[in-house]
Design a protein around this ligand. Structure first.
Ligand SMILES: Nc1ccc2ncsc2c1
Length: 250
């Protein structure tokens, strides 16, 4: 997978060289390239922003540097890129709320390009223009606002890259996590390790009993109960035929 990130704060993306993502690059599973948007300005001050038409507080990112930066990337596709080009991912408070399903979809792509907005965002014509050429996904991390897209790119990249085959050593663990499609997107059950008793709190006896069927039943029940309690919206999406705990009020 090739990831291109366009930003005015390249240092924010330094964590992409660490840990799981850094290792995936060393293994050749991932090719991460960070690009400075200011390389696509041509004035003395390397200007990337200006005041918004119609007035209002703050500054917006000008379309021209983005057009030049993104055109340069599209003109040099990586080997294995799809005919339709990359998915352009634009972190934004107005985007679709990112989800494990979106992470799974993006993990299937050979090429992702991330556009990190700053200030009050990017001139709307950039997304409008590139929607005519490639797939564009504006993505929010939730109902809150950051100062720019870089932190969102770190979160999205981690959620996506860990799903790329070979990146996580024990791929089986991916199917047992909260929001995993293999578990109907439910929240994960509580988990325990040694000691069996800690500060007067004991591990549920069923988990140490050696009856795997009983353990699976307990884990499913706990996942359903926890999901009903904390994320009834998730449970409502569950096919009723798979909600084998009809006592859960949602
Ligand atoms: N450009 C920008 C600004 C704020 C923000 N908050 C969440 S994603 C994002 C992206």
């Amino acid at each position: 997978m090739r990831l291109d990130v366009v930003t005015i704060f390249a240092d924010y993306l330094a964590p992409l060289q660490l840990s799981l993502i850094g290792k995936a690059q060393q293994q050749g599973l991932l090719d991460v390239r960070v690009h400075d948007l200011r390389e696509h300005t041509h004035d003395r001050h390397r200007t990337v922003d200006d005041t918004p038409y119609g007035g209002g507080a703050g500054l917006l990112m000008k379309p021209e540097p983005w057009g030049e930066a993104l055109d340069a990337l599209l003109a040099d596709p990586p080997a294995g890129a799809r005919e339709e080009g990359p998915v352009l991912v634009v972190p934004s408070p107005v985007g679709e709320v990112f989800s494990q399903r979106a992470a799974v979809e993006l993990a299937a792509e050979p090429w992702l390009v991330f556009a990190c907005g700053r200030y009050e965002g990017i001139d709307a014509r950039v997304v409008e223009h590139y929607r005519t050429r490639i797939r564009v996904r504006e993505v929010s991390l939730g109902d809150y606002v950051l100062n720019g897209g870089e932190v969102a790119v770190l979160a999205i990249t981690e959620a996506v890259v860990r799903l790329v085959p070979g990146v996580i050593g024990n791929a089986a663990s991916l199917t047992e996590e909260s929001h995993a499609p293999e578990h109907d997107g439910l929240l994960e059950h509580p988990a325990y390790t040694k000691p069996a008793s800690w500060r007067g709190l004991d591990v549920p006896a069923v988990l140490a009993g050696g009856n795997h069927g009983a353990v699976e039943r307990w884990r499913r029940d706990e996942a359903l109960r926890r999901t009903a309690s904390r994320r009834p919206d998730v449970l409502r999406r569950l096919d009723p035929a798979r909600c084998d705990r009809h006592d859960l009020a949602v």
